[in-house]
Design a protein around this ligand. Structure first.
Ligand code: N15
Length: 324
């Protein structure tokens, strides 16, 4: 048994389990640890007759027990953490203010908090709150108990078509949610996908390498494998949310084969993406799966299968139907 660096004095009985009641519990916990609203102090808003909402608690590091490191990145680390008051388990991302200032990334961090705090979807890694002290900024994030999808894929080599299709359907739902909020993900890859306690996918974005070291081929600017052709042509901001449809195609290919479709030396990967010079899918892959990848990996962004249509594609329908 690993303790993950968290003390055993408190049992795990308070960690919410699956189901309706626990959802309520989770909500209660989240409400309690949400940061104080900036404008209205001590609001007197009675919600149900005489029941008054509890006072907001100012967040600070002392409210959390810190456990093992989950990942390391440019501006700091992510730790397993437990909210003392409720026993709620979360991931605490610690960003170093000095390093952010040195990289002139204040705007970037602000934007990350602003965007993430407006998202709430089971397929998108949760954001619960943030606080800071003189040296650091702390983001309270959902803990994904199943770990990194990238590691799972690496350990099994490739996924069955059924498993791949179920994952892709989940990613498509999450992307559709993000697009509805006018958020493009832009950096989907197995490294940026986490798994929940029950194996469900959680889209995340670790930015510049906020994840544990991996032996994946990486360069200073990351891997090119997932970049759509229009982003390689570097006409800044000339691309649309259709970039996520391309990367969904790359992701499908990688789930099915264990390898990205344009994997090659750095300059060759670039050339291959621009020409859509894809390594053919192996013969054991079904025609429906091939068609699915083909309709997403289309050079012209406007001709890619729309995210909303992904869930109706025969390959997805066939593999996500409940009975078989
Ligand atoms: C728009 C949205 C998709 C942005 C989401 N923002 C982030 O993803 C920022 N971020 C999240 N940066 C780091 C993390 C992060 C959260 C990293 C790791 C974990 C995390 N929650 N849970 C983990 C986690 N669980 C693990 C279980 C086993 C092994 C490693 C694990 N890491």
């Amino acid at each position: 048994m690993t303790s993950y660096g968290l003390s055993k004095t408190r049992t795990t009985a308070r960690i919410p389990l699956r189901g309706g009641v626990s959802q309520l519990h989770k909500q209660a916990v989240l409400n309690r640890i949400r940061p104080a609203p900036l404008a209205e102090k001590s609001s007197q808003t009675a919600t149900i007759s005489h029941v008054q909402s509890p006072p907001y608690t100012q967040l600070h590091l002392g409210l959390f027990e810190i456990g093992k490191a989950l990942g390391k990145g440019k501006f700091g680390r992510v730790y397993l953490a437990r909210h003392w008051g409720s026993g709620y388990i979360c991931a605490l991302k610690v960003l170093n203010k000095d390093e952010i200032a040195r990289e002139e990334a204040e705007k970037h961090v602000r934007r990350e908090i602003e965007v993430h705090s407006n998202l709430r979807h089971p397929g998108v890694l949760g954001f619960y709150g943030w606080f800071h002290d003189s040296r650091r900024i702390f983001l309270i994030l959902e803990y994904a108990a199943g770990g990194e999808l990238y590691r799972v894929l690496q350990s099994v080599g490739r996924f069955s078509e059924r498993r791949a299709a179920k994952y892709i359907a989940q990613v498509a739902l999450s992307l559709d949610y993000l697009h509805g909020k006018n958020v493009m993900h832009r950096d989907m890859k197995p490294e940026n996908i986490l798994l929940g306690l029950h194996g469900e996918l959680k889209l995340a974005d670790f930015g510049y390498s906020v994840h544990s070291p991996s032996n994946r081929r990486e360069t200073l600017c990351g891997t090119l494998d997932y970049l759509p052709p229009e982003m390689l042509q570097s006409r800044k901001e000339s691309y649309t949310r259709a970039v996520d449809q391309w990367t969904l195609g790359v992701l499908t290919y990688e789930f099915l084969t264990g390898k990205a479709p344009f994997e090659d030396s750095l300059p060759m990967t670039r050339t291959r993406i621009l020409k859509r010079d894809m390594k053919p899918l192996p013969s054991f892959i079904s025609p429906e799966a091939k068609d699915f990848v083909d309709t997403l990996l289309v050079l012209e962004p406007s001709k890619r299968l729309p995210i909303k249509d992904v869930l109706h594609h025969p390959w997805i329908v066939k593999n996500t139907i409940l009975s078989n």
